[in-house]
Design a protein around this ligand. Sequence first.
Ligand SMILES: [Zn+2]
Length: 378
Amino acid sequence: MSGPDLPPARPAPAPRGMIRIGRIAGTEVHVSTSWFLIAALIAYLMGPRVDQVQPGLGGWKYVVGLAFAIALYLAVLLHEASHAVAARRYGFHVHSITLHFLGGATAIEGEAKRPRQEFWIAVVGPITSLLVGAAALGLWFVTPPGLLRLVVEGLAGANLIIGVLNLVPGLPLDGGRVLKAGVWAATGRVHTGTVVAAWGGRVTAVLVVLWAVWSAGAGSVVNPVLLCVVAVFLWTGATQSLHSAKVVGRLSAVVASDLARRTLAVPDDLPLAEAVRRAQEARAGSIVTITSDGRPIGVVDEQAVKAMPEDRRPWVPVSMVARGLDDGVTLPASITGSQLVEAIRRTPASEYVLVADDGSVFGVLATADVARAIRQAG
Ligand SMILES: [Zn+2]
């Protein structure tokens, strides 16, 4: 799942080192080139085992191994697709599914708004893997010994392992997001949930390193290296989650009403010259036009005012140089942090009109000021 990338959110094109293989459940699927390495490795490791079950295949034993690797990653794809389907049901835009050598990832735009969403989007993945694993296990009992049974056995084992390991309560694993949802629900603070779950991920990484040390002592060679790779993957993912939680935390210090420019509200039929005179007198940075009952209807465009010859200004209404307010450019004055960023992302504009609880004009918020405040908070 993608972190809270700060504005503006640009849809990334097909990333480097990725090959697009198609779509599943309406989502682009990319395969990282590193996957081919692991597929070759799986084929190589499976070869002797295939030979054992079905001797005399020669080089074809590696083809069977490769077929197994593909089946394994189809299972991973199913796991990721379930995340994608759950996220879409909650109305999130799912960017892509990526298969890489340690499994897969689903890039979802935006963050869960409630613990319940976070929980379900995360938990469906392991549930899917466990169900597929259980189905394969059932199939194993009725499959006669041979190559097919070997593949079914591998699928059952792999899916059950993927399902169980992903439930380990540490970010970036699904179990970490389940833990995050739980802490979030209990404390009401998403930030606390992320921090707890990220530390869960770091502790898991340390445990995996200890496991690697232990299995190296036990004489195995491949496992310790693989375990160390997994530990690095976990530590890096957990650290990224902590970092983005920090960014979101700082973001909450960005308050729209603090950033509002001093604004003068004038009736929209007032002569422009008079509006400018009043604005200068009030030292207002912007002018908003309002209806007779005080509702904002436009923002005066500075460039348009400058373009209007001085001698015409007394004769034109201020509405002549005002831009109408489209949907989404009036925001509640109380809006803050990530909600503010989200609102800007939804309706990009250079400025917004902040409206107080009673519907009156609070001030004008310039997007440039928000960007500066975010930079300073960081
Ligand atoms: Zn997952």
